[in-house]
Design a protein around this ligand. Structure first.
Ligand code: RB5
Length: 149
């Protein structure tokens, strides 16, 4: 499976380390930028990664300073379920229970060693379906109807 990785200027350094780790492990990685530390708006990167996730049936990893802004932006795109994770348990459960298709990391919070453990937990887990599918169906209904508002 392809893994699309993107970061704003705050996350560029961690992105390089994550991409190197993924490539070392033999993953098919697409670098969606940013490619330098010049200031760039995280919604632009969120949109690039989300497009790869939806168009190529990939998983995504997005990185900004905290992980918050880039996750909020990604979650505005229909079909995206982005989870900010700071430790492995949340990352594993984000896949198993929430079928998250994007992992969001905060480069100003999470060091590269822990970040790789979180990435590996995320990539190593699979959606369990069952009762969790009902909940995802309700999320999709909210998405499709704007919650009936
Ligand atoms: C950029 O300074 C910073 O606001 C951004 O990387 C992110 O943390 C936003 O949520």
């Amino acid at each position: 499976m392809k893994i699309a990785v993107g970061a704003d200027h705050a996350g560029v350094g961690l992105k390089s380390e994550v991409i190197a780790g993924l490539k070392d492990a033999g993953h098919d990685v697409e670098d969606c930028g940013a490619y330098n530390t010049a200031s760039i708006d995280y919604p632009d990167i969120a949109l690039k990664v989300a497009s790869r996730v939806l168009d190529d049936n990939a998983l995504g990893i997005v990185i900004c300073g905290t992980g918050t802004g880039i996750a909020i932006a990604a979650n505005k795109i229909r079909g995206i379920r982005a989870a900010v994770c700071r430790e492995e348990y949340s990352a594993r459960l984000a896949r198993m229970h929430n079928d998250a298709n994007i992992l969001a990391l905060g480069a100003r919070i999470t060091g590269s060693g822990l970040a790789m453990d979180i990435v590996n937990a995320f990539l190593g887990a699979s959606f369990e379906g069952g009762r969790h599918q009902n909940r995802l169906d309700k999320i999709k209904l909210i998405e499709d109807t704007d919650g009936g508002r």
